[in-house]
Structure formats: structure tokens, C-alpha cells
Design a protein around this ligand. Structure first.
Ligand code: FE
Length: 299
């Protein structure tokens, strides 16, 4: 008998100001550690007003984590210390493993359709925290879409649904990142690896989640308890939600802004290295210096 997972906790996204003054909504973050292990944080940035997002996220470091950005609308221009630069647009995904260290900037572009996207932080286990940084960018056209049942459509970003394998591969915590759309009057059960942390984030509409049919509505996150399968049932409304799962790391978390390590000593080392210019272990040494150069040129 399959065990249907119950809902363990629900939360509504809360407004926060991040980066150089970007107004966004935090789905979960530091206060929730270790509830969403291996995930540390999720942000929902959604606005039609450029004043909310144009300040962006100028050059900043990351160490010890992976960041996954999934865009629904608008575009974000980025560049980093590995020499990557480009623009991620609606439907595109950027999966960045900071590992030993990366310095990057993420600057939204003004868009008539507004800006809408999600950034998820996945933790790295101690053995991988100092791995070489890497970067995967996936275009919207390369994300497979499957229909496992009438009325259910899934964009497979990471993980596997039926024969469709998501284009994001080889991630340490074995995550699944699925974008579900379910029509009204539909019931669906989806098997998830037992022992993995699983949560749903409602993007639009509403549905009943879990064995006890907890109502989840827009901008709400629902964390599932232990079990084999997640159950979703829609009534008169359709729903779109992200279903995300990953293998818990179960290690101590020492978190300082964009750096997440296992101990305070490792955080102190990271800060010291950032100050004395030895933070980047592999990749080009762009970063603060590049930004200063550009500012000089622009003057
Ligand atoms: Fe960042």
C-alpha cells in the first residue's frame, strides 16, 4: 500500500527587500532551517513595476550552495567569475553550483510583461561544499513537457516523469524540480522518493494537497511529511504549482548571507578570503574589480 504524504507545514510568502533594493517575496529561508533540508531558501520575484526590481543584485559572492533560477516572465542579465554571461528569459533555467566560490551579478531587465521568477537555494553536503563551481543554463525549448494523465501537464526541469528526463542533471542532492499544471476537477497522485523532502509552491489557482486535502492557494508553500506519493485534487479551479524534492543532507548549517557552510570557522575563512582576494579558487578573477573597472569606464 502506498502511503500518501500528509501536509506537515504551510506558509504564505512574505515581502522582503534583497540585493540592492529588490522587492520580492520569500517563500522560506533562514528561520525555517532545517525543515526544508536540503533546500535553504526560496524567493518568488513577481512585479509589473520596474521600481521593484531594477536595482537588481550587483556583484556578490556565493560559497557552499547551488542556486536555481527559473524564469516565468521578463529577463535577467547575469555575469560571473567563471566567465559566463548572458540573459535568462521566460521559461529558461539557470542552475549554478557555487561550490568553492563564485562572484556574480544578476540584473533584471525592464520588461513590459513584468518580471516573474523563482530562485531556490539547494545546500551542498560537506564533501561537495568546496567543489569547483559549475553552471548549467537551459533554454525554455529544451524543457520537456509531459501529460501523465488527462488534465495534468508537467514541465520537467530536473528529475524524471515517465520517459521525460529534465535537462538539469548531476545535482548532488538528487532533486526533482517539476512545474505542474492541473485542470479543474482532476485528482492526481505522483510518486516521490520516500525519505526525500518534498514541497509544493502554488503559482496560481488552488488545489487540495496531501492525504487530508489541505487547501493550498496562490503564493503558499506546502511541505509534505513522510510517505511514498503526493496527492493533488482540484475542485472548480485549475492550479499551477512547483513540486520540488531532494535528499536531506542532515549536517550542521552555518549561514552568513550568500555563503552557507557547516561551521562558523568556515564562514570566517570565506569572509577573510573574500576580503584579501583569494575567494575564487577556479575561474576568471572578475568580480569586484571588474565592476570597479566598468564604473570607471562609465564615468
Ligand atoms: Fe546570487
Amino acid at each position: 500500500m502506498k502511503r500518501i504524504r500528509q501536509i506537515k507545514k504551510t506558509m504564505k510568502s512574505k515581502p522582503v527587500i534583497e540585493g540592492a533594493g529588490v522587492r520580492l517575496k520569500r517563500v522560506f529561508g533562514n528561520p525555517e532551517v532545517p525543515l526544508f533540508d536540503p533546500f535553504l531558501l526560496m524567493d518568488d520575484f513577481h512585479s509589473e513595476n520596474p521600481e521593484d526590481y531594477m536595482a537588481g543584485f550587483p556583484m556578490h559572492p556565493h560559497r557552499g550552495i547551488e542556486t536555481i533560477t527559473y524564469m516565468l516572465q521578463g529577463a535577467v542579465e547575469h555575469q560571473d567569475s567563471m566567465g559566463n554571461r548572458g540573459v535568462i528569459q521566460a521559461g529558461d533555467i539557470q542552475w549554478m553550483t557555487a561550490g568553492s566560490g563564485i562572484i556574480h551579478e544578476e540584473m533584471p531587465k525592464e520588461s513590459k510583461s513584468g518580471l516573474w521568477g523563482f530562485q531556490l537555494w539547494a545546500n551542498l553536503p560537506a564533501a561537495s561544499k568546496m567543489m569547483p563551481p559549475r553552471y548549467q543554463e537551459v533554454l525554455a525549448k529544451d524543457v520537456p513537457v509531459v501529460t501523465p494523465k488527462a488534465g495534468v501537464t508537467v514541465k520537467v526541469i530536473c528529475g524524471q516523469v515517465l520517459e521525460a528526463k529534465g535537462p538539469v542533471r548531476d545535482i548532488v542532492t538528487d532533486p526533482q524540480y517539476l512545474d505542474f499544471s492541473v485542470l479543474a476537477q482532476t485528482t492526481y497522485e505522483y510518486d516521490v522518493p520516500s525519505g526525500h523532502t518534498v514541497f509544493a509552491y502554488v503559482v496560481s489557482g488552488e488545489a487540495f494537497f496531501g492525504e487530508e486535502e489541505h487547501m493550498g492557494s496562490c503564493e503558499e508553500v506546502l511541505l509534505f511529511g513522510e510517505g511514498d506519493t503526493v496527492k493533488i485534487r482540484t475542485s472548480d479551479a485549475a492550479v499551477r504549482f512547483l513540486l520540488i524534492s531532494g535528499k536531506p543532507i542532515k549536517e550542521p548549517v552555518a549561514w552568513y548571507g550568500p555563503m552557507v557552510m557547516n561551521s562558523q570557522a568556515e564562514i570566517q575563512t570565506a569572509l577573510q578570503e573574500f576580503r584579501n582576494g583569494t575567494f575564487i579558487k577556479s575561474g576568471r578573477s572578475v568580480g569586484q574589480e571588474d565592476r570597479l573597472d566598468r564604473q570607471k569606464r562609465e564615468r
